[in-house]
Write a protein that binds this ligand. Sequence first.
Ligand SMILES: [Zn+2]
Ligand SMILES: [Zn+2]
Length: 238
Amino acid sequence: MNSFSQDHCLICHDIILPAIGWRALFSIEKEHFICLVCEGKLEKIEGDTCRICSRSFRQLDEQFRDGDLCHDCFRWEGDIEWQGFLEKNTSLFLYNDFLKEVIAKFKFRGDYLLAKVFTDSIRGKLTQMAFDQLVPIPLSEERLYERGFNQAAALLAVAGFTPSEILNRIHSEKQSKKSRSERIHVPQVFKILPDMNLEGQRIVLIDDIYTTGSTLRHAAKLLKEAGAASIQSLTLAR
Ligand SMILES: [Zn+2]
Ligand SMILES: [Zn+2]
């Protein structure tokens, strides 16, 4: 790509104006996949957040916090069946209406290229994290067939990382329609593929959205019990 080419925003398809001036001529321009308007609609999660799930405390009422944890994480961590499995979730952006639409286009309407929108942020975050394996949360076979690709694996692959596809889903994705207590008490949702040695591995789980945290915690528990040293997660939206 050179400074004179005109590219289209992957989200709104408007033309991205080429950078002009000395810097553009003499430096290798960073590739721009989205326009400034769309970039402005992606809200980075910054500031004070829950120590575990990275929920922003900005608009969260004091009554939903317990110290440096949100009330939800506080409850998970207060349950000996679940405490300590998911060390930390990092989410990159607020799940606002704009991002909701982008993610829907990406995963339900099969716009695989939209993964590029998040490449820089994912790379930026992963370079700050210590890990041995990046494990995308798997889809069930039916879902994978419907969509054609696993969105979490796609985010990694497009950003130049190799996903370790070591988990399989043994139950359907309809988690979020259940109550919290049903979610906690469902039997394990995933299984580990045979012959995986996870002893001492630092694993980062990858998913598009952190909703209840239940899916990630199920995966974290399974991997930890199989010998993994630590489990963190990286999600696009929270
Ligand atoms: Zn745009
Ligand atoms: Zn939390």
